[in-house]
Design a protein around this ligand. Structure first.
Ligand code: JD8
Length: 262
C-alpha cells in the first residue's frame, strides 16, 4: 500500500516512523510519504491561506496551492488513488472505514489547518473521478487534520496483510466482526494491589475461559455501548448469549435486540 500525506506540519507525522508502521515502512510493506504543502507555493512568503469569502473569522486554505500539490501526488502511479480529507464535518470514521481503506492501493491524506480547505478542492477531484472520502474521527474539534490522519493511518495500516504478527489477534478486537467491545485482559502478577486475577483465567479450562470472556464482552458492551448491542444480529448469538442479554435487560423484538421496558 502507498500512503501520501500533504500538510503544512510534516513533523506532526513523525510518529509514523515508530512501532509497527515504522517497521512496515522499513520493510517496504508500506510506502508512506509525507509532503510539505508549502513546497507547491510560488511566493516568497510561501502563502497557503487567505481570508474567507463571505467574511468571518480565521483564514481558509487556498485551492490553487492544494490543486498543484494533489495533482502531483495523485497524478503518478498507482492508477487508482483515493483522496482522504479529514474534516469535523465528515462522516465519522469507524473500523468499517478502516477495513475498506485497507483494501485500497493508494491513499492521499490532505491535512487542512486554519478554518479548513476551500470546498472546491474535494468537489474538483470528485468531478475528476477521484474517489474522495471526507472523514471525521469524532465529535470534537481539533486544530487541523494531522492528528486525524495519524489515527486513520494507524487504524488502516495495521490491517494491511503482514502488518501485525498474528492476524488472529485482529479477530477478537473491539469493533471487530463480533460487534462487541473487548473483554478485560490480565497478566502477572496473579495478585496486585490486593486485586486477584479472575479464577477462571487460571483454570486452564479453555471452554470456560472462552465463555467467561464472551460474557464479559457482552456485559461491557451492554453497559458502555448499548448502541452496539442494538446493532447486533441476533442470529450470531447463542442461547447462552441471549440468556445473559435477557438478564441485562435486552430482548429480541422484530428481529432486533431492544431494551425490555423497565
Ligand atoms: C481538519 C482545520 C480546524 C475546524 C475551525 C478549528 C477531523 N474530528 C475532527 N475534529 N476536528 C477535525 C479537523 C479540524 C480541522 C481540520 C480536521 C482542518 N481544522 C478547524 C473547523 C473549525 N477550526 C477533525 N478529522
Amino acid at each position: 500500500m502507498r500512503i501520501d500525506v500533504v500538510t503544512i506540519f510534516p513533523d506532526y507525522l513523525a510518529a509514523l516512523d515508530l512501532s509497527l508502521v515504522g517497521k512496515a515502512r522499513r520493510t517496504g510493506l508500506l510506502d508512506l510519504r509525507v509532503h510539505d504543502l508549502r513546497d507547491w507555493t510560488t511566493d516568497r512568503h510561501r502563502t497557503v491561506d487567505d481570508t474567507p469569502f463571505g467574511g468571518g473569522a480565521g483564514m481558509v486554505m487556498r485551492p490553487d496551492i492544494w490543486g498543484r500539490a494533489l495533482d502531483d501526488v495523485l497524478g503518478g502511479p498507482p492508477a487508482q488513488s483515493r483522496l482522504v480529507v479529514p474534516t469535523p464535518s465528515g462522516e465519522v470514521f469507524t473500523q468499517r472505514h478502516a477495513e475498506a481503506l485497507a483494501g485500497e492501493e493508494h491513499l492521499v491524506f490532505a491535512c487542512g489547518r486554519y478554518e479548513g480547505i476551500d470546498a472546491r478542492v474535494a468537489e474538483h477531484y470528485r468531478a475528476a473521478g477521484v474517489p474522495v472520502s471526507e472523514l471525521s474521527i469524532g465529535d470534537y474539534v481539533l486544530n487541523g487534520g494531522e492528528v486525524a490522519a495519524l489515527v486513520m493511518i494507524e487504524a488502516v495500516a495495521r490491517l494491511v496483510p503482514g502488518m501485525v504478527g498474528n492476524p488472529e489477534s485482529l479477530v477478537e478486537e473491539s469493533h471487530g466482526a463480533a460487534g462487541l467491545l473487548e473483554y478485560p485482559v490480565y497478566t502477572k502478577p496473579p495478585e496486585w494491589a490486593g486485586l486477584e486475577v479472575p479464577e477462571v483465567l487460571l483454570s486452564g479450562h479453555h471452554g470456560r475461559v472462552e465463555r467467561w470472556r464472551r460474557d464479559e464482552a457482552i456485559t461491557r458492551t451492554s453497559a458502555r455501548r448499548p448502541d452496539m448491542i442494538e446493532a447486533l444480529d441476533p442470529a450470531t448469538l447463542d442461547k447462552h448469549d441471549l440468556r445473559l442479554l435477557a438478564e441485562l435487560g435486552w430482548a429480541v423484538a422484530d428481529g432486533r435486540l431492544a431494551r425490555t421496558p423497565a
